[in-house]
Design a protein around this ligand. Structure first.
Ligand code: FAD
Length: 383
């Protein structure tokens, strides 16, 4: 706390900590459901993973068990004007996942089968069929998986869209204030930052890769892995592709926007530290990613890279989401660590809000209890 400055106290029904797409969606639906809601972020709304991601709405790359959630999330992104009041330039586009080797073809077929069983309309195409859909493909491919329900969103518009919807719903938005601690307070919680204290009956933790720290405030030990994804964008070029292109291994995601730029991603890793802050690109990984992109769509050899950036993505020990009530705590919840989490966020957030509002969520949540480890002092007591 800054010396000499009194902390203002805000009293609400629920405090949501972390204003990425997950936290912002939960806050929006809680407020619309009648709860006095505060949304706190140490930065601004959707400026971390939720504002810097590749914006691919993908069923190919979503874990099979999460397909039904991703399909609902994709629909919500394509209709943001209806529920967020603003278009985020979301576009439906066919998705192609490519195989250039027999091993990749096997992987492609297995992945397609698992996803089809969960409701994704994915089918395997011959090279000729794939090239008819996407003439710019490298014709040396062996097979492609096709899904007509892919697409993309302009991720940097996410924050603007949520901000106006949150304001209209009456959410108390507290930005540029890092929460430093959360204490139990009688029948509720006290969320403390440098400028303000939020007193709330309920608390929702939605801190992305920072969830491990946040959960520790409430005495829970849950390891959260941090992926440091690099992204590349090219200069504007003539239209060279109209679908979202990936590769069976998952190491490529490629799309061309209406302005002609091409976004290249696929989870190639950089360096960074979520706790101390700061990220650093790994040039050889950027080059590997770009080479793979040029292999898939040879015309990309005509263009140049204009910008690269990095973002932090969270993952649990079993790579499945944690969404639900926290064990041993009254009215404390968590949401995050969702694979392809941007695609599913508008739906996942609504499910958790339903649970908090006492409604039956349409699809099951992902109980965080399975991930909680014994606290270090508890382990010491046992040995
Ligand atoms: C580079 C990259 C590319 C990706 N591409 C895709 C893709 O194409 N398709 C897809 O579906 N998914 C993609 N993802 C994954 C997706 O972006 C994430 O799963 C999703 O955005 C996570 O949302 P979140 O709200 O959980 O986390 P975040 O958006 O990270 O939000 C967490 C928030 O918590 C706040 N916070 C942290 N500590 C504190 C504190 N002490 N006090 C207050 N606030 C705090 C942060 O400031 C942040 O705003 C990508 C991720 C990255 C990084």
């Amino acid at each position: 706390m800054t010396p000499g400055l009194a902390q203002e106290t805000v009293d609400v029904d629920v405090a949501v900590v972390g204003a990425g797409a997950m936290g912002a969606t939960v806050a929006l639906h809680l407020a619309r459901g009648g709860m006095r809601t505060a949304l706190v972020d140490r930065g601004e709304i959707c400026r971390e993973a939720s504002g810097v991601n590749a914006g691919t709405l993908t069923l190919h790359m979503t874990r099979a068990a999460l397909i039904p959630y991703a399909m609902k999330g994709r629909e919500l992104w394509l209709t943001t004007e209806r529920w967020l009041g603003m278009d985020v330039v979301a576009r439906s586009a066919p998705g192609l996942s490519l195989a250039f080797t027999p091993a990749e073809r096997d992987m492609l077929e297995k992945r397609a089968e698992a996803r089809t069983a969960m409701g994704a309309p994915i089918r395997i195409l011959t090279p000729a069929e794939a090239c008819r859909i996407e003439p710019g493909l490298n014709a040396s491919l062996l097979a492609a998986a096709f899904c007509e329900l892919d697409g993309h969103v302009t991720a940097y518009l996410t924050g603007r869209a949520y901000r106006q919807a949150l304001r209209a719903a009456g959410v108390a938005i507290i930005e540029r204030m890092a929460v430093e601690q959360i204490d139990r307070l009688g029948q509720g919680y006290r969320v403390r930052g440098a400028r303000q204290v939020v007193r709330a009956r309920r608390v929702v933790l939605a801190g992305g890769v920072w969830l491990e720290t946040m959960l520790a405030w409430l005495g829970l030990r849950v390891p959260v892995k941090c992926l440091i994804n690099q992204l590349v964008v090219t200069e504007r070029m003539r239209p060279v592709m109209r679908s979202v292109v990936g590769i069976a291994s998952g190491l490529l995601s490629l799309k061309q926007f209406e302005n002609g730029t091409v976004l290249i991603g696929g989870g190639w890793q950089g360096l960074g530290d979520p706790v101390r802050g700061g990220v650093q690109a790994v040039p050889e990984n950027l080059i590997g990613n770009i080479q793979l992109a040029r292999h898939a769509i040879p015309a990309l050899g005509e263009t140049r890279v204009v910008r690269i950036w990095l973002g932090l993505e969270s993952e649990t020990a079993d790579a499945m989401p944690m969404i639900g009530a926290l064990p041993g705590l009254d009215e404390a919840y968590v949401i995050g660590c969702v694979h392809s989490g941007y695609t599913s966020a508008p739906y996942m957030g609504r499910l958790l809000a339903d649970r908090i509002l006492g409604r039956e969520p349409e699809m099951p949540l992902f109980d965080p209890t399975r991930l909680v480890q014994a606290a270090p002092n508890a382990v010491e007591e046992m040995t």
